[in-house]
Design a protein. Structure first.
Length: 164
């Protein structure tokens, strides 16, 4: 099986980089391929600079992407974490007391790990595998309502990445 750390370039495909500006003997000596004088011959020109014109990276929005202001971020808790906590009744309040989640966090239960005892879980969201594992162990699942109801979440709240 090939692994990422086993990969290497084909024999002879890697060439040593050109050693520029190492004296006048050699092709890239003295001005090092920058020509004579002028702004680009000097050292302080930013990489995407286009002479004051709006740079391509800024004027084409599709290259940058965007941040969805209505994104809902859940704090994930796995089944193995619930098993280790030893709680019979799991709710946002009990998880906060144990220090497993932050204050006011929306909680999603995920299905990593095994669960052996019947527990009653209250959370804002469940993965399908977690829900089936909890009910198979004899526990119950209760989906809590989101703080803003069934409407869209308020702009910027419950989103940790608002200041991008």
């Amino acid at each position: 099986m090939i692994r990422l750390h086993d990969l290497k370039p084909a024999e002879g495909s890697n060439r040593r980089p050109k050693r520029k500006a190492r004296g006048i003997g050699g092709k890239a000596g003295k001005t090092a391929g920058r020509g004579h004088k002028g702004q680009r011959a000097r050292s302080k020109v930013p990489v995407g600079f286009e002479g004051g014109q709006m740079p391509l990276l800024q004027r084409v929005p599709k290259l940058r992407g965007f941040t969805n202001p209505f994104r809902v971020e859940y704090q994930a808790i796995n089944l193995d974490t619930l098993e280790e906590s030893g709680l019979a009744e799991v709710s946002p309040e009990s998880l906060l007391e144990k220090g497993l989640v932050g204050k006011g966090a929306l909680i999603k239960i995920l299905g990593r790990g095994e669960i052996s005892q019947a527990i009653n879980v209250k959370a804002h969201a469940f993965s399908a595998s977690a829900e089936s594992a909890i009910t198979a162990a004899g526990g119950s699942v209760e989906k809590l309502a989101l703080p803003w109801g069934d409407r869209r979440p308020p702009h910027g709240s419950f989103n940790q990445h608002t200041n991008r």
